[in-house]
Ligand binder design. Structure first.
Ligand SMILES: C[S@@+](CC[C@H](N)C(=O)[O-])C[C@H]1O[C@@H](n2cnc3c(N)ncnc32)[C@H](O)[C@@H]1O
Length: 309
């Protein structure tokens, strides 16, 4: 299957990073390499460290962009950015990009089990070296745990019924495929509620994918590590695709911008908190009508930019 992914908010990111020709940049989410290759072209005397936890993204980039000699690819989770930079002897970076979520290649690959549109084994791992798959979660989590993740990570109103139906169904045999899971969800969500809105399985699939890949819990610590390793005026661009991710980024940026975290009732500041960043985008940047037409998958994308102080 061809590796294809249209980079989202492309011009806005490249402009937002304020790339220096000899700078060192980190692309935490290489994917199809669209952003990475554009950053690399703008820093011919510098370097791009491009990370992905999907070995197929790394291999595709090495084949497709073998002539780009200022890109170092790293097969790892971006949460390990501190160690990755140490390993590469990089003391300070000049900017970083995180383009969260899955690539079109992962979503459309019928073997990876990310999509409710294809029948595939229940997998959903970005990193195929990881042990936990969607199959473990769907068949191994208690009804209460399933309800919690579907409600929290999927923001699904029918979470309790979906969890109940999953647990009922698996009493007979393991749930093995995305197709089976879709038909269970369809039985659980009443017909009337399925008339409007997105595909009835969309939210549950998002929830299970987030749980399999532990997507939310690493965002905050990664932002902190990137800022800690960034030189003055370095830019951090983050693209999110749903409200849960965006809220984490927004709140972390707000925290990093504060110069005091003492309680309001305290007359004198005793904390040694310093402003670490300046927020460049008070409101997130969203795709233009033109981009939405060319790439409907960019619909929910939001870009937030901060600058290191
Ligand atoms: C939306 S795509 C990035 C697309 C890319 N910007 C482009 O221009 O093609 C997200 C990519 O990030 C990777 N990814 C997601 N979370 C990751 C993590 N925690 N560590 C490393 N890579 C991750 C996914 O495997 C996927 O390839």
């Amino acid at each position: 299957m061809e590796f294809s992914h249209k980079p989202v908010l492309f011009d806005e990111c490249i402009e937002g990073l304020k790339i220096k020709e000899d700078g060192i940049y980190v692309d935490c989410t290489l994917g199809g390499g669209g952003h990475t290759s554009a950053i690399a072209a703008k820093c011919p005397k510098g370097k791009v460290i491009a990370i992905d936890q999907d070995i197929e993204a790394i291999n595709n980039f090495k084949t497709k962009y073998h002539d780009l000699d200022n890109v170092v690819t790293v097969y790892d989770n971006f949460k390990n950015i501190g160690n990755i930079l140490k390993r590469l002897n990089v003391e300070k970076i000049d900017g970083a990009l995180i383009d969260l979520g899955v690539s079109s290649y992962q979503l459309d690959n019928p073997e990876r089990g990310f999509s409710y549109m294809n029948d595939a084994p229940l997998d959903m791992r970005m990193d195929s070296g990881q042990k936990v798959t969607a199959r473990h979660i769907v068949n191994g989590y208690t009804e209460e745990e399933l309800k919690r993740i579907i409600s929290e990570y999927g923001e699904e109103n029918w979470a309790a019924r979906i969890a109940k139906f999953i647990v009922e169904e698996r009493k007979e045999a393991f749930i093995e495929t995305t197709g089976q899971l879709v038909s269970i969800i369809k039985k659980a969500v009443p017909k009337g509620a399925r008339k409007d809105g997105p595909h009835p399985a969309k939210r549950t699939f998002q929830a299970i994918r987030i749980e399999v890949n532990r997507e939310l819990e690493i965002i905050e610590e990664t932002i902190q590590s990137l800022v800690d390793n960034m030189g003055k005026k370095g830019r951090l661009c983050i693209i999110t695709f749903h409200s849960l991710e965006d809220r984490i980024v927004k709140n972390k940026f707000k925290y990093l911008e504060k110069d005091c975290i003492c309680p309001e009732s305290q007359p004198v500041c005793t904390c040694d908190k310093k402003k670490e960043i300046k927020i460049i985008t008070r409101k997130p940047i969203i795709p233009t009508e033109e981009e939405l037409e060319y790439n409907p998958r960019s619909r929910s994308a939001k870009l937030r930019i901060a600058e290191k102080r």
